[in-house]
Structure formats: C-alpha cells, structure tokens
Write a protein that binds this ligand. Structure first.
Ligand code: KG4
Ligand code: ZN
Length: 366
C-alpha cells in the first residue's frame, strides 16, 4: 500500500510517501521532505503561532511537489492520504488538514486522520537497516517530545491503554526552557546534550520529581526551577547585565564569556540536568515494563534523539529485562516528520470520510 503522509502540527511542513506490504514488516520510505520556519522563531525566542501558520501555507504545495518527484510517483499511485489532525497549533494543523481533505476529495482517495503522538511511536516501524528484530506485543511506548511525555501500553496495533503523562512541563520542554535560561534558542535539547558531553553528571544533585510516585505520571517543572536557581547562583550575570544583551529576546550566551573553569561548571550543570531527566524517564519506564511484562519498548519523540537517553535505556533494559527488546527510531525520524504519520496510518489508521476529518489542537489519545 502506497500512502502519502502530511504533517503540519507545529513549525515543520512535512510530506512523505511510504510503502507497506504486510503489518508484520516495516514500511519503506520512498520520499520524506520537510521545510521548517525554525530560523524565524529563533529570532523571537519562541514559536509565534501566526508566523508558523503563514509559513505552513507558503511551504505546503512546494513540499508536496518535491515529495512526489523524490518518490518518482504520481497522484494516481497513491492509495491513501494520512494527515496529522492533532495535537498541535490550530493554525498550523489547519493547513495540513485542509490540504489533505482537498486532495482526498479531488483525487477520490481514502483519508486517514492521525494523532501526532502515534506518529512518533510508529517512527519505530519504519525500515531500519540496523535492526533485525521484530517489534512484538505487548509493547510499551514512551513518547518524549517538546510538548508531551506519555507512557502507553500497546496490546496490538488497534488496542492500547494510556498509562500516564506529564502533569506540567514535558521532558523536551524542560530541556528547551533550561537551555533558554542559558541564552540558547529553541530547540535547546541538542545544545544541553552537547554541553553535557564534557560534564560530570553527578556534580549537582538535582531533584527527580515524582520519580518514585506510585503512578505513571511525570513532572519536570520543579527540576527546571532547581536548574534556574543553580544557574543564577553560579552565573549571576544571567539576565542582569543589559549591556551584554544583544537586542530582541536574546540574552548573553554564557559559553562565550566564561573562563575555562566556569565552562566546566556549565557543562556539569547541563550533564546533571540531563541525568535527572533520564533518571525520571528510566524509573517510570522500568516500573511499567515490569508490571506489564512487555516484549518491546518503543521510544519516540524528539527527545528520543538524545544519545545518553538511548544508551542508558539500552544498557539498563538489557541488564534488567532479558525478554524485552528496546526500539528507537533512526535519528532523523525522532523529530517531527511525515513518514511517521504515513507509517501510523498503514498499521493503525482508520479511513474516515473527508467531511468528518477536522483539526483538533487538544487531541488526546483516542
Ligand atoms: O517531537 P519533536 O520534534 O516536536 C514535538 O512534537 O514537540 O520534539 C522536539 C523536542 C524539543 O524539545 C527538543 O529540544 C527535543 O525534542 N530534542 C532533544 C534532542 N533533540 C531534540 N532533546 C534532548 N536531546 C536531543 N538530542
Ligand atoms: Zn512531535
């Protein structure tokens, strides 16, 4: 089955064509194209929804054209259209949803609405040459993105139980907000990960909120506050010297004005923060893997690109659970893309008349 996927939930405009044969096998990506308005948002220190939506409408047609060219396919070759319907920014979502509805109507193709967070899970089901193992159910999915931290138990492609979510900030949001405190633009996760490489992860004893609570919910806002206090203690210059402020939202980027010893402290702070986030994620995931005796653990979402999280999860899973296999998407498929939306449609999608497909910014797991 050849599926066109469309993803426009935030600041990325993405389209992809994938091909799937049977549900036992991974799908193949024929093309996966994306444009982003990220650079514009870096100038303002965060995403302005109106700006993101305008860029979505500017990019969507050229992106679709390139997707077909790259895949060497024509509209007549497409057997279904999959589109992200939520959660996300309403203005951005509407561009993708209305485009998909129009194409489904004009080309008489089935339309499949997809929850963006399921897309992140199904990034694991895309052909990965380095993976030989098959994903088996029951599977536990940990979705860690800029807006979500969710744990789900998948009994099969159609049946799942929602186990828990963050009660405040998401794991990616914690990375982003802490990076911003240091003067780094969105997305801050990769920058914290880079600074952490030279740091000592046990230098600062940050809190691990809700790590040991008797449920599957998460909390990261207290950790973010602890990081704020520590950075102010060690680097009082943060937000205190207007002469170093280079205009706009941007504050001084600490790294550029620090001595070697101070740079080490900065790396230690970042490594300790990253470790606290990883410890919380690992503890909850372990608890659920044990309780439900899962065969596979599926990591998904932008934070799944974090090397430390990937390797610590792999090492500790191997040590604790012989029968559970860890799956992580290929790095470029961790962050938002349309191939994962088309993949979710192939395995778990439900065709829906185009008249009933609407954008829902607050879409929950359903
Ligand atoms: O899934 P995604 O592309 O967008 C949302 O659906 O939110 O995830 C973006 C998030 C951002 O918070 C970003 O900082 C985080 O993923 N991220 C990382 C890394 N790469 C991206 N966080 C930690 N380490 C990384 N290497
Ligand atoms: Zn996402």
């Amino acid at each position: 089955m050849t599926i066109l996927g469309i993803e426009t939930s935030c600041d990325e405009t993405a389209a992809a064509i994938i091909e799937g044969s049977t549900r036992d096998k991974p799908v193949a990506v024929l093309s996966n194209v994306m444009a982003s308005s990220l650079a514009l948002h870096a100038q303002t220190g965060g995403i302005i929804p109106e700006v993101a939506a305008r860029k979505q409408s500017e990019y969507i047609i050229p992106i679709l054209q390139k997707t077909f060219i790259d895949a060497k396919k024509k509209p007549r070759d497409i057997e279904a259209i999959a589109v992200t319907v939520g959660p996300g920014l309403i203005g951005s979502l509407l561009i993708g949803v209305e485009t998909a509805r129009s194409l489904a109507f004009a080309w008489s193709k089935p339309l499949i609405p997809i929850n963006h967070l399921f897309g992140h899970i199904y990034a694991n089901f895309i052909q990965n040459p380095s993976l030989e193992k098959k994903i088996q159910f029951p599977a536990l999915a940990l979705v860690v993105s800029g807006g979500h931290t969710d744990l789900l138990l998948l009994k099969n492609h159609r049946k799942f139980t929602f186990l828990g979510e963050t009660r405040d900030d998401a794991a990616g949001e914690c990375f982003d907000k802490c990076a911003r405190l240091l003067g780094y633009a969105y997305p801050g996760g990769p920058k914290i990960a880079e600074l952490s490489k030279k740091g000592n992860a046990s230098a600062f004893d940050f809190p691990r909120p809700m790590r040991d609570s008797n449920n599957y919910d998460f909390s990261f806002s207290g950790l973010k506050t602890a990081f704020l206090h520590k950075t102010r203690e060690y680097f009082p210059i943060i937000r205190t010297d207007p002469s170093l402020n280079r205009g706009g939202w941007q504050q001084v980027v600490l790294e550029q004005i620090l001595s070697e010893a101070e740079k080490q402290t900065l790396s230690d702070l970042c490594a300790s923060l990253q470790q606290a986030i990883i410890d919380i994620l690992l503890a909850k995931t372990f608890h659920a893997a044990k309780e439900f005796g899962v065969r596979s653990l599926l990591l998904g979402g932008g934070v799944a690109a974090n090397n430390e999280l990937r390797s610590q999860l792999r090492l500790s899973m191997q040590a604790a659970f012989e029968a559970t296999e860890l799956f992580v998407p290929q790095k470029p498929l961790c962050t938002d893309n349309a191939a994962m939306i088309a993949a979710a449609a192939f395995y778990a999608g439900k065709q829906t008349p185009w008249q009933q497909v609407t954008a829902n910014p607050d879409l929950f797991f359903a």
